[in-house]
Design a binder for this molecule. Sequence first.
Ligand SMILES: Cc1cc2nc3c(=O)[nH]c(=O)nc-3n(C[C@H](O)[C@H](O)[C@H](O)COP(=O)(O)OP(=O)(O)OC[C@H]3O[C@@H](n4cnc5c(N)ncnc54)[C@H](O)[C@@H]3O)c2cc1C
Length: 472
Amino acid sequence: MSNQKVDCIIIGAGMSGLAAGIRLSMYNKKVLILEKHSISGGLNSYYARGKRKFDVGLHALTNFVSPSDRGKPFNKLMKQLRIPYEEFKLSQQNYSLIQFPEKTLKFTNEINVLTEEISRNFPHEVDGFIRLLEHIRNFDEVNLNNETVMAKVVVGNFIKEKSLVEMIFCPLLIYGSAWENDMDFSQFVIMFKSIFLEGFSRPEGGVRTILDLLLKRLKVNGGELKYRAEVTRIISHNGKIFGVEINHNEIIECDQVLSSMGLPETYGVVSEFEELKKPQTGNLSFCESILVTDKKPRDLGIDATIIFYNNRPEYLYQKPKTLFDTESAVVCFPNNFKYDSFEDDYSEGVLRVTNIANFELWNELKSSEDSYLYREQKENVFLNAQKILKSCGLKSEYNVNFKDIFTPTTIKRYTQHFDGTVYGSTDKSRNGTTPIHGLYICGTDQGFLGIVGSMLSGISMANLHVLQGDLK
Ligand SMILES: Cc1cc2nc3c(=O)[nH]c(=O)nc-3n(C[C@H](O)[C@H](O)[C@H](O)COP(=O)(O)OP(=O)(O)OC[C@H]3O[C@@H](n4cnc5c(N)ncnc54)[C@H](O)[C@@H]3O)c2cc1C
C-alpha cells in the first residue's frame, strides 16, 4: 500500500546519506532518509557502555586543512553543507608512525617531516620520493576518465626499495582500499593527499560532534529522517524507479533513490532486473579491541596519535587465513591529539587496536552452538592487542578499567554490509549510475570512502543526479 510520495529517498543515515540529505533539502527537495537502525552514523557511529561513550569508526578525520585553504576537500565540503569550520573544533594529530621490523617512519600534517624521515632512513630514495610528490600534486585524481593503473607499478617508477614502497602503502591501504595489497593509482593519490599531504585531526567529542552537526543542519533545512526503517525492496517499473518498500509492509513512492547501502546490497533488494550482474563483495573486514585504562598513553610512554604496525618485511593487506592478522594493526590513541587545553575530552586512557579479520571464520564461530568459542577468540584478539601495544612501546604498568572487542560479525549486524566489509565492493559505480533510471549509488561503493570521502560522495551524487537543474 502506497501512502506517501517524496522527491528523493536516501537509503542510510551514514556520513554519505546525511550529507546528501542536507544538500537536497537545501534546494527544497522533499527528502526522506531511511535508516534501518535507531541511530545514525553507519560505519562511523558510537555507543555507550555505562557512563563511557565510544566511537565505532573514527580513529581520525583525514584531509586536515586550515580554514583559509579554500580549494581543499574539507573546506569545499563545509561550504556545500553550510557548516562553519570552527564548529568541528578540530585538534591536529601529534604525529603518527609507520612501524615495520627494520625501520620506523614518522609523519605529521607537514609533509616535510616524512620527507626528512625518508632522507634519513632511505637516503638513496629521497630524490625519487620528491619526484613522486610532484607527480601526485599534479595528478587529477577525481577525473572520471582516468584509466585504471595499479599504484605499485606507478610508484615503482619513482622508488626502487621495496620496503619503502610497503611502508608508504601501509596507511593508505588500511585506511581506504577495497582491493587487497594494491589499489588503483587515482585512489592511491586520493589517500596519499588526504593522509600525508593534508593529515589527521579529531573533532572535540569525537564522531558525535560530526553527527550532531549534520543532524542539526538536516533538521534546519527541513529534511526528514526515519529510523528503524529498513528498505526491504527497491521498486522499479520498466527500468524506472517507482519507490521503496520499508520493513516488508509500507511502500513510499519517489522520483529518485540515492542508496548508500553498498552496490551488492542495493542490487540485492532491487525488485526488477533479476539478471543484474552481482557485484563482488569486498574481502576486507576488521576486528578491534578498545581498552580503557587507568593511565593515559602519554603516561605510559606513547605520544604518537596513530601507529601503523606491521611485524613482517612485507605488508599483507589481505583477508587473513586465520580469524585475524596477529602481525599487523592500526593502533590509535585518541588521547594523543593536540588539544587546545592540555587535557583531552577523556577522563581515562583509550587505546584502540584494529586488525584485519576474516568474516567467514568469525561468522562460523558466531553461528556455532558454542558461544563460548566466540567469546574465547575475542579474548585472544584482546590478548594479541596487548602484545602489539607492548611492541609499540607502551609500558605495561596500567590497569584495564574496561574493554570491548568487536568483530566482522558486529560490523555486519550494525551496518548490513555483506560479509562485514568496511571498504565495500571491489566493483565501484564511479558515476553513481545503475541500470535503473532514478536509482543512484552514493558513499563507499561510489568510490569515495572514509568520513570526508563519503560525505563528498553524498554531496557530489546529489549535485550530479538530483540537483543538476537547480544548480544551473
Ligand atoms: C573500525 C573502523 C574504523 C574507521 N576509521 C576511520 C577513520 O579513522 N577515518 C575515516 O575517515 N574513516 C574511518 N572509517 C571508515 C568510515 O567509517 C566509512 O568509510 C564511512 O563512514 C562510510 O560511510 P557511508 O555513508 O558510505 O556508509 P555507511 O556508514 O555504511 O552507511 C550506510 C548506512 O545505511 C544503513 N542501511 C544499510 N542497509 C539499509 C537498509 N536496507 N535500509 C535502511 N538503511 C540501511 C546502515 O545502517 C548505515 O547506517 C572506519 C571504519 C571502521 C569500521
